[in-house]
Ligand binder design. Structure first.
Ligand code: BDP
Length: 607
C-alpha cells in the first residue's frame, strides 16, 4: 500500500488534527490467533497502555516485558461531523516494527519498519459524527529482512524472545504520536527546498508537490513575522534579501507558508520552519555556510525510564539543555531516525544532526560489539535475505529523506551503522544504498556510514562510498583495556597512520568511542568501569584525534546510559553514557565541558 504524505501533521486554516495519544487497549497474541478470532473489530482485554510509549517497561512480570510476537492496540475514535468532506487519514509517527491498521473492522494499511511515519487514508471507511474503532495489529519480531536486523529465539516453553544483532533493547509498540488528520481534497502533499547564498542575499529554491492543479503560493516570514519573500508556482525561487542564516548554535528559522488557491479562495494551507544554510564537504573540511566546523557531540538513543523508546519531549528538552551546557554542537540519531520533535528542537537550537537510517545489525552476531573487534566474518551481504533487506533499506532511506529533508539541522545522512564491510558482497549493496540517498536528497547532503572496528583500510571494501569517513573505535575498551591502555593507543595510532597514508582528502569523524562506566565506582588508581578510567580513556582518544589534522569531529558513545538486552557484557544496560540514564553528569561530563568549551567551531580548519 502506498504511504500518504509524510508532512508533519499541523493544524491550519484548512487542516484539522485530532490526537489519538492517551490510553489504548492492548492484547498480546502469542499464538497469532487474533486475526481469525476477529480482533480487528475490537479487543476483549483488560490491559490498557499509554501511547506514545514502548509497552515493555510498564509491566512487572517478565513475560509481558519480554513479549515478542503479535500484539494488538485498539481505541475508539470519535470523528466530528465537521470533518465530513475532508480527506481523513491516520498518521502514525512510528509503529514498531510492523503494523496492520484496521478501521471499523476493515484493513486500511500495512507497514513494515518501526522508526518512520506512515499515513493511511481512511476516508472511505470512517464515519463522521460517530465513534469509530481503530485497531492496530503490531508485531515486534526481528528478522534479517527488516531493519534493524536480528532474529527470534523460541524457548523450550514455546515463548519467543527477540535476539537483536544490535546493542539496544528491542523497545516496541506505538512509540510515537498518532493523529487523525483531516485535510482538503486539494492539498499540499510535500515540499522541498535548496539554498544558494550570495553575499547577503539567499536564493531559496523550492518545489511543492500537491494533490491538486490549483495555484501554489509560497511565502517566507522571518522570526518577527515579517514577510521576507513570496513566489508563485509549484517550483520557483524565493529571493531573500539580508538573509539571516541558520548557524551552528544559532538556529534562525523562517516560517514557510504554502497555500493552494483557486482565484481568491484558499483551498489548502500548510506551514513549516526552514533554515537558510548550505552544507558542503570540501577536502577534509565540513563546511556550513562556507565555514568549517568541528563536530563536538554524541551518539544518542531514544531511551528513557518507563517509556522506553517512546517520544519523550520533556526528556528531549533536558537533553538539549545538557548538550548546550557541555559545549556540544552535534549528534547522530544512532541507530534510527528519531521522533520529529527532536529535529524540531535541533533546528531551533542550531544543532548539527547526522540522521541515521535503522540499518544496524548487519553483521550476524548477537554481540557485534565484541565480534567486530575479533575480525569475525559472517558474510552478511551474500545470503538469500539480501534482496528483500535491500528493498526495505532503500524504502527506509526514501522515507527518512522524505520526512527529514527540510530540517536545517540535518547536515548528513548515515546510511548504515557498523555493517560487515570485509567481504566483496557488501560492495553492490552499498552502491545501491548510497545512490538512493544521492538521488533523493534535493540538498545533496554528504553521506556516510559508521565503520566498525574491523573495517580498517586494508580490509574494508566500502569506505570509498562515504563523503565523510565515520569511525566507531574502542581501543582501550574492547581491546587493550585497563593497564594495557598504552598498547591501545599504539594500535589506534597504527590504524590512523594507515588512513593517513591513503590520503583520501576527506574529513574523518569519530561517531563512536567510549568506555562503560558505573557512576558508583570511583577507584585510585583507575580500573575499567570506574569514573576515573572513563576520563583516562577519553583523554587517550583525544590525544590521538588531536594529532591528525583530517579528524574533524568527535561524537562520543554515548550521551547517556541506555537499556540493552541482558547479558554478561551489560550491567542493566550500556553504561558508556557521559550522563546517567536519568540525565545527571558523570565526572567525564565536566572533563568534556572543559575540552569542548575551549575548542573553537573551526578547530583544525584548513582555512
Ligand atoms: C557499537 C555499536 C553501538 C554499541 C557500542 C558499544 O554501534 O550500538 O552500543 O558499539 O559497544 O558496536 O557500546
Amino acid at each position: 500500500m502506498k504511504n500518504g504524505s509524510m508532512l508533519y501533521p499541523r493544524e491550519t486554516a484548512t487542516r484539522r488534527l485530532k490526537s489519538l495519544d492517551g490510553m489504548w487497549d492492548l492484547r498480546f497474541d502469542p499464538s497469532s490467533t487474533g486475526s481469525s478470532e476477529g480482533w480487528a473489530n475490537g479487543l476483549d482485554t483488560s490491559i490498557t497502555i499509554p501511547v506514545p510509549a514502548s509497552f515493555q517497561d510498564f509491566f512487572t512480570d517478565k513475560d509481558a516485558r519480554e513479549y515478542c510476537g503479535d500484539l494488538w492496540y485498539a481505541r475508539d475514535l470519535y470523528i466530528p461531523k465537521e470533518y465530513e468532506g475532508l480527506k481523513l487519514a491516520l498518521r502514525f509517527g512510528a509503529a514498531t516494527h510492523r503494523a496492520i491498521v484496521y478501521v471499523n473492522g476493515q484493513e486500511v494499511f500495512r507497514h513494515e519498519g518501526g522508526f518512520l511515519p506512515f499515513s493511511c487514508d481512511i476516508t472511505e471507511v470512517a464515519q463522521c459524527g460517530a465513534e469509530n474503532k481503530v485497531v492496530v495489529k503490531l508485531n515486534n519480531e526481528l528478522s534479517e529482512t527488516n531493519l534493524p536486523c536480528g532474529t527470534v529465539k523460541v524457548l523450550k516453553n514455546g515463548k519467543k524472545i527477540a535476539k537483536p544483532y544490535f546493542d539496544f533493547y528491542n523497545y516496541s509498540g506505538l512509540n510515537r504520536s498518532v493523529y487523525l488528520t483531516a485535510i482538503p481534497a486539494d492539498s499540499v502533499f510535500g515540499y522541498e527546498t535548496t539554498y544558494a547564498i550570495d553575499g547577503t542575499t539567499a536564493q531559496v529554491g523550492y518545489t511543492v508537490k500537491t494533490a491538486s492543479s490549483a495555484k501554489v503560493e509560497v511565502s517566507l516570514f522571518d522570526e518577527d513575522g515579517v514577510l521576507a519573500a513570496r513566489a508563485e508556482g509549484a517550483t520557483g525561487t524565493l529571493t531573500v534579501e539580508d538573509a539571516k542564516l541558520w548557524q551552528v548554535g544559532k538556529g534562525y528559522l523562517y516560517k514557510i507558508v504554502i497555500r493552494l488557491l483557486d482565484g481568491d479562495t484558499l483551498l489548502d494551507e500548510y506551514y513549516d520552519f526552514i533554515g537558510i544554510r548550505t552544507v558542503e564537504v570540501k577536502g577534509t573540511d565540513i563546511l556550513i555556510n562556507g565555514a568549517p566546523v568541528y563536530l563536538k557531540g554524541f551518539g544518542k538513543h531514544e531511551d528513557s525510564d518507563i517509556v522506553g523508546r517512546g517520544t519523550n519531549i520533556a526528556q528531549t528538552k533536558r537533553d538539549f539543555e545538557l548538550m548546550k551546557w557541555i559545549g556540544a554542537n552535534s549528534f547522530r540519531t544512532s541507530h534510527y531516525p528519531y521522533s520529529e520533535e527532536v529535529y524540531q528542537m535541533a533546528d531551533r537550537e542550531g544543532f548539527l544532526v547526522i540522521d541515521e537510517v535503522p540499518a544496524v545489525g548487519m553483521l550476524r552476531s548477537i554481540a557485534n560489539f565484541l565480534d567486530a573487534s575479533t575480525g569475525a566474518q559472517t558474510n552478511f551481504f551474500s545470503g538469500d535475505h539480501v534482496p528483500k533487506l535491500l528493498e526495505r533499506h532503500l524504502d527506509d532511506i526514501a522515507d527518512m529523506i522524505e520526512r527529514d529533508k527540510n530540517h536545517p539541522c540535518v547536515f548528513a545522512w548515515s546510511l548504515l551503522n557498523e555493517p560487515e564491510t570485509t567481504d566483496e558482497s557488501a560492495v553492490p549493496y552499498f552502491e545501491r544504498v548510497f545512490e538512493q540517498a544521492a538521488k533523493l536528497d534535493p540538498q545533496k547532503r554528504p553521506r556516510t556510514f559508521a565503520l566498525v572496528m574491523n573495517s580498517v583500510p586494508d580490509k574494508c571494501k566500502c569506505y570509498q562510498f562515504s563523503d565523510i569517513i565515520a569511525l566507531n573505535r574502542y581501543f582501550g575498551w574492547y581491546v587493550n583495556g585497563g593497564p594495557e591502555i598504552c598498547d591501545a593507543k599504539e594500535a589506534f595510532i597504527a590504524e590512523m597512520d594507515k588512513w593517513q597514508a591513503l590520503d583520501l582528502d576527506k574529513p574523518f569523524i569519530f561517531t563512536e568511542y567510549g568506555a562503560d562506566t558505573h557512576p558508583g565506582i570511583h577507584k585510585l588508581p583507575s580500573v575499567m568501569w570506574s569514573q576515573e578510567y572513563q576520563i583516562e580513556y577519553l583523554k587517550m582518544c583525544h590525544e590521538v584525534f588531536d594529532s591528525y589534522p583530517f579528524v574533524k569531529g568527535e561524537q562520543v558513545w554515548n550521551f547517556a546510559d541506555f537499556q540493552t538486552t541482558e547479558g554478561i557484557m551489560r550491567c542493566d544496560g550500556n553504561k558508556k553514557g557521559i550522563f546517567t540514564r536519568q540525565r545527571q553528569p558523570k565526572d567525564a561530563a565536566f572533563y568534556f565541558k572543559k575540552r569542548w568549551d575551549s575548542l573553537p567551531l573551526d578547530h583544525k580548519s584548513n582555512k
